[in-house]
Design a protein around this ligand. Structure first.
Ligand code: B4P
Length: 191
């Protein structure tokens, strides 16, 4: 199995690059953002609860997100591997993921961290908001999401650095050039 974490701040291109990576490497895509948005759209109890946090640019509580990941892993026992997009977003989530994967005897192989400046993040998310209709893509909420990232998510990079799994990739440039840089790192790990 090959397990990859695509890491980075909101708007760094995790969703964009995951789409290309799953196609090339046949990995199962697990995006906590997509799962949560589907729960919100279906107005499930989990979605109603999660929306309160998402609309304010805050992270959804760890226990909710970890439970979702655990069921997703159980639902695809024959996967060749997983790409985790937008998860883990706290050190507690990173710890829980390591524990879940230990049961499968298949640890995280690599964590690719997309590096994008704050001005570029804001401008991408504001542009996306103009077409996506996402309730968290407006300027006020974007600023809060970036703040939440610095407070709770950036320590996850140190967690993986300590395990020698983190590779930083420049996340500005064309989608294709960034994709090529990601593939070079994945291929080097697969060899
Ligand atoms: P996510 O859905 O993960 O949202 P994101 O971080 O904004 O998106 P991403 O980085 O994937 O950006 P994208 O590729 O779309 O999370 C949403 C919310 O859900 C969170 O705020 C939180 O509340 C909740 N949540 C999710 N996971 C959670 C967790 N684990 N724990 C707790 N809460 C959680 O790119 C953005 C834009 O940039 C797009 O418009 C794209 O076209 C553009 N773009 C991409 N690459 C580009 C490039 N190279 N050049 C120019 N533009 C580019």
């Amino acid at each position: 199995m090959f397990n990859l974490v695509l890491f980075g701040p909101p708007g760094s291109g995790k969703g964009t690059q995951s789409t290309n990576i799953i196609e090339k490497y046949q990995l199962v895509h697990i995006s906590t953002g997509d799962i949560l948005r589907a729960e919100v759209a279906n107005e499930t109890p989990l979605g109603v609860e999660a929306k309160k946090y998402m609309d304010q640019g805050m992270l959804v509580p760890d226990e909710v997100v970890i439970g979702m990941i655990s069921s997703k892993l159980d639902a695809t026992p024959d996967a060749k591997g997983f790409i985790f997009d937008g998860f883990p977003r706290t050190v507690a989530q990173a710890d829980a993921l390591d524990n879940l994967l230990e049961f499968k005897n298949s640890p995280i192989n690599i964590v690719l961290s997309l590096m994008v400046s704050e001005d570029e993040l804001k401008s991408r998310l504001i542009s996306r908001g103009e077409v996506s209709g996402r309730s968290d893509d407006n300027e006020d909420v974007i600023v809060k999401r970036i703040k939440e990232y610095h407070a709770k998510t950036s320590p996850v990079a140190d967690y993986y650095k300590g395990k020698e799994k983190l590779v930083e990739i420049p996340g500005e440039g064309t989608v294709d050039s960034i994709f090529n840089a990601l593939c070079a790192e994945i291929d080097a790990k697969l060899d």
